[in-house]
Design a protein around this ligand. Structure first.
Ligand code: DHB
Length: 376
């Protein structure tokens, strides 16, 4: 996305990725785009498939204590909504567009090293198609995910990496050939733990349920999976439409932020700098928001020789990052079953959920956070 945005300003970039194009385009990740992400894609010429194949959702449901409650995102947030469109589809759109614009994108690189981020001309070396390459750069942007190499280039005394939380559960995610079980997403609190009914298309559904982080998905039969999710949503009156499960995965739960997100000529974006638990689907949206800020900052640098926005990059993006950290943690803690939870904790969770659906200001807080802060 950053490469695409910079190209539109006439700034050159090279994208180097360890993974192969097919692998990137087939890896299943989250699927909820905030309004700001949708707007940015649309405004920069990436909106065609999104408009055709994405599903605009104007509300979500919270299921708890035997009832389903709708949160009207659109009305509560003053006309904003979310779009269900898979992250790997966003990547397909971006890759196709960069290649159509003759962008320099190298897949399957190995042996990447970066030197000189504290000077004016950092160097990236890597191997691609069995040839060694050297790039002399103005800036290096580390968008290399939670297993980042670039974050470790920042000297230890210059960065804090102790903003971290590990959760004692994970999500079991499935993709299934089945009709939708609900018109809108259902986030379910239950005695058996959390479950989430999402969707991908009229014939493919995405569902999740809270599980032990050590779970081996192969230990679960198709029937066991459907029965478990059904048991978690039945109390609220939802009935699943089951079908053939063709993919199973386990999503780990972590919260993490590093500060600052820059050093010299290196800037970190997305999961290289921060990770959220999946509840609330903020991960990709945060990454897009980071690079939107970087695009403007690099634009000011190259177009007006003004480095102010680059210098304030961390401060600018951390505001949104911590908002999303709080929101993802809040949704997680309100909806999941903690193994050490007492009856007091369960009643407290239900009281919180009651407040969220019954208090207009609390519903609005959830809606505003769910649709996301505008990008400007
Ligand atoms: C999806 C993922 C999420 O983390 C979420 O909160 C909602 C939906 C999804 O993959 O569809």
């Amino acid at each position: 996305m950053l490469s695409h945005l910079l190209h539109q300003r006439g700034i050159d970039s090279v994208v180097i990725d360890l993974r192969l194009r097919d692998d990137i385009e087939q890896t299943i990740k989250a699927g909820v785009l905030e309004q700001g992400t949708v707007d940015l894609m649309t405004q920069t010429g990436l909106g065609d498939r999104l408009k055709r194949d994405g599903f605009v959702h104007t509300g979500i449901n919270l299921a708890f204590a035997g009832e389903l409650h709708r949160i009207d995102l659109h009305e509560l947030s003053g006309g904003r909504s979310v779009t269900v469109y898979a992250q790997h589809e966003v990547l397909k759109d971006l890759i196709a567009r960069r290649l159509a614009d003759n962008g320099d994108v190298r897949f399957g690189v190995t042996d990447t090293t970066v030197e000189g981020i504290d000077g004016d001309r950092p160097i990236i070396r890597f191997t691609h198609d069995d040839e060694q390459h050297r790039l002399d750069c103005d800036f290096v942007i580390g968008c290399d995910g939670s297993r980042t190499y670039t974050r470790f280039l920042i000297p230890q005394g210059e960065i804090r990496t102790d903003f971290f939380r590990q959760y004692p559960f994970a999500w079991f995610g499935i993709l299934a050939e089945a009709p939708p079980s609900s018109d809108e997403l259902i986030y379910a609190h239950s005695d058996r733990g959390f479950a989430l009914i999402s969707t991908r298309s009229p014939s493919v559904q995405r569902l999740y349920f809270q599980c032990d982080p050590q779970t081996n998905p192969d230990d679960w039969s198709q029937d066991q999976i459907w029965d478990e999710i059904q048991a978690r949503v039945a109390g609220a009156g939802a009935t699943l439409k089951s079908g053939t499960i063709f993919q199973k995965d386990i999503l780990q739960f972590r919260s993490f932020v590093c500060e600052p997100m820059q050093y010299g000529r290196l800037f970190l974006a997305g999961d290289a700098a921060h990770t959220v638990p999946p509840t609330g689907a903020k991960g990709m949206n945060l990454a897009i928001a980071d690079v939107h800020v970087l695009d403007r900052a690099l634009g000011a640098y190259f177009e007006a020789k003004d480095s102010g926005l680059l210098e304030s990059y961390t401060r600018t993006v951390l505001h949104r990052v911590w908002r999303a950290q709080h929101f993802s943690w809040w949704m997680t803690s309100m909806l999941h079953r903690f193994s050490d939870a007492t009856d007091f904790d369960l009643r407290r969770q239900l009281a919180e959920l009651e407040m969220v659906v019954n208090s207009p200001s609390a519903s609005k807080t959830l809606a505003d956070n769910y649709v996301g802060m505008p990008l400007t």
